[in-house]
Structure formats: C-alpha cells, structure tokens
Design a protein around this ligand. Sequence first.
Ligand code: HEM
Length: 449
Amino acid sequence: MEGKKIPGPKNILFNKDVRLIKDRPLMFLENMNKNFPGITQIKALHLNIVIINDPKYIRLVLQTNQKQYVKSAIYNKLKLILGEGLVTSEGDLWKRQRKLIQPSFHKQTIFNLFETMLASTNDMIAEWKVVAKKDGKLDFSEEMMQVTLDIISKTMLGAEVKSEAKIIRNSLHFIGNEVNVKTKRIFDFPLWVPTSSNLKFKSERKVLDDIIYKIIGDRKKEGNTKGDLLDMLMMAKYEDTGESMPPKLLRDEIMTVFTAGHSTTANALTWTFYLISQHPEVFKKLKKEVNDIVGNGEITFQHLQQLKYTKACFNESMRLFPPVWIFGRKALEDNWMGDYLIKKGTNVLISPYIVHRSPEFWKDADKFEPNRWETEEVKEMDKFAYFPFAAGPRMCIGNNFALFEADIIIAKVIQNFDFEYTGKSAPEVYPSTILRVKDGLPMKIKEIV
Ligand code: HEM
C-alpha cells in the first residue's frame, strides 16, 4: 500500500535551501518547516530523509512505534569514543544496560549528590570572587564547561581525577571537535587508516582510556566505599546472571556519562546566563527569588525545591537553545505516520530547536519568557512540543542530574554576582554536536556585597 506523498522540495540538488544543510543547518530546518510545516521529505540519490516537526509524529517515533526505529548512522561516529555505552547501543544490549544503570540516576540517588555539586560550585564562586576584585572579566562558556566537568568528575569518579582534570578536558575537547568534523565529512577514512588526525584521535582516546582503567583498577583494590556513580556502576548486578558489568562495557558507560553529562548542561547554562543578562526584568525577579528563599546564607537542599522561577528560567532557556538541537532515527521497517508511509531505511530527523520555537505551539515563540512556565497553557501542553531531553524509553537518563545541578549553579551565581554581557554583538549560535555559542560568552562580573 502506498501512503500519501510526503511534501518536500523539488529538484533538490539545485534547491538553494538544501545547500544550507552543511553550513547553516538551523536556517535550513527553519525554511523547511516554513515551506512544509509538520513533515518534509528530502529525497535524492541515496538520500532519504524525513524531517518531522509535529508533536503527534514525534510521539510515534520516540514512543508509540519506537521499536520500529534505531538511532541513525551518525551515531556510529560517536561509537568511536563512546563504544557500546547507553547513547550508542541498541536492542537487547541497550535494554539490559539501561535497566542496570537506571537506579543510579533515580531522583533520590541524585539528591544525595547535593553536597558534592555544591562544593564544586562553591570552588568556582571562590575563584570568581578573586576575578571580581581584579577586572571581573570571564568567559562564561569556559567557566560552565569547567564547573560541570568538575561536578561530573567528582560525582562519577570521586576526587581521583583532580590532578588529571586538565588532560581530560583537553582530550575531550579534541575528540568532541573531531567527531563533529567526521560526521560532516562526505568521505571519512576509517580509524585504522593512519592519517594524522586518526592517529591523534587514537592517542587522545588512549589517554582517556588509561585514566578510566586506572581508576577502575584502583577502585577494585580499595573496595567500593565512595558512594559515587562509579561505585554504583561497579556494584550493580544483572538481574538474570547476578554478574556485574564487564570491564569494557564499564569503560564505555563511564565515557558515555562523562561526555553526555557535562557539555550539554554547560551549554544550557551558558545560554541561560546570556538570556538573563539581556532581560533585566528576569534578572530582577530571579534575584528576588534567590534572596527571599536563600538569603545570604548557604543554599540547602530544601531551598532548591522552592526555586520555581529559577527552574522556569532554565526550562525557558532550553526551549530556545536546546543543547541537543537535533537527533535522528532510522526506520527498521515500513510504518505509518498518519497518512504517510515511512519506508524501511528512511532517516527521520527530529529537531527540538524547531519545535520549541514553532508559533503553532508557543505564544511569542521567540521571546524569552520564563513566566510562561507558570501558566496552565504550558502545564497542559503536549509533552512532545517540549523535549530537550528527548522522550520515550531512550529519554536522557541524566535529566534529573542536569536539572538539579543547574538549579545549584544558577542560584549560587545569582546570589553572589551581578554580571553583564560584554560581547560587541549577540553571540553567534554554533550548531555543533551540541548547540554552542560560537566564540565564547564574555561577561563582566561584580560581587554583590
Ligand atoms: C541539559 C542537559 C542535558 C540535555 C539537554 C540532554 C539531552 C539528551 C538527549 C536529547 C538525549 C537523547 C539523544 C537521542 O536519543 O539521540 C540524551 C541521552 C542521554 N543522556 Fe542526556 N542530556 C543532558 C544531560 C545529561 C547528563 C547530566 C547525563 C549524565 C550524567 C546524561 C546522560 C545521557 C545518557 C547516558 C543518554 C542515553 C540514554 C539512553 O539512550 O538510554 N545527559 N540526553
């Protein structure tokens, strides 16, 4: 049976919009959604892509029919560093791993990491106070990367990586960029071909592997007594065999959580601070909330639950700048999307960036308006119109971790500093694997005394 024809551009090889795919992907997606709202097909030569921007179709792919989809081929590039960790694995292996790891990410377990997250944030605040006494100049995007890396290192691996933090940051930075380049190359040499970039990739990966395997080895000798995520992963036992995770999988899961668990939150926070700096009325309301609830003293776990407006600011920032701005699935078999037939092998692209900014679902869609999170309209809206953490069984396992961490960092910064964006023009959006600011986020901070 043939379905209804999926709308899409004609003569795509000569279509100017399609030529934007590589260089201006956000503009390309916006144009496609304007011209073909809800669903678009791009078909040429070996290319068969369907872009969906309608919550009812997104629900089908991520939830209702999720068994008929796997992650798209682009994730194979991520495998070069993440191996068979949760982000990149499929089928029974993924299911078994997710079941084993899920308890380590329960809300209650994450709440136990409060003191560690707070300590890292306080280290950053102390350093900022020194900077404030000098010229007050900071790159917030760099600062957010550092603090979130510190938090993931300490909560995941204990304090052990302190001395190697810089090496890890540099290696992750190189590998992250290289994976991004590899996904965009039309032809990419496999890793066994000894090109200079492949050799460098392998040597940086080995640096990270050596650190991880050493930490695992040390932890085995010492016994699992730190109560961090590594302990939990090492002690977790498969229900069917009663055995614990084999070392290579443990390495892959650590690398996955490490990588997925900091640059996402870091970029979301960077955009949040930028948006706050551009909206004095939001800044004022946020300060009032933090002042009324936390005051001058140390923030507690109980305070965090009450910081409603702080949470609204972070939600709203991830609406406008979702760190994972696009993700893809591949159809394993023919399946229906309303009247449309999605053929086996089709690549389906889903972009939170486009859906989150669609005037069809959002009033004043381009406006940063944290108050909207208090309205009934938003509370009752289709959850597939807002999905920064994806949705369905493959939803982000670290969502509670990220939200908790973000609340602490935002509240502590607001409590201690005024800040002003000092860039000459608005920061440029850079849609790498993660939605980043292009050339950093220069800010001038002033301590509140
Ligand atoms: C604001 C911060 C974050 C955002 C926006 C985010 C977003 C996402 C999204 C959209 C996915 C699904 C990707 C796909 O299906 O293709 C995902 C998966 C994942 N995320 Fe996050 N993430 C964040 C923070 C974290 C943190 C803090 C951790 C760990 C500590 C984490 C670990 C993971 C893992 C392991 C997966 C794979 C889950 C699976 O497939 O079972 N993420 N994340």
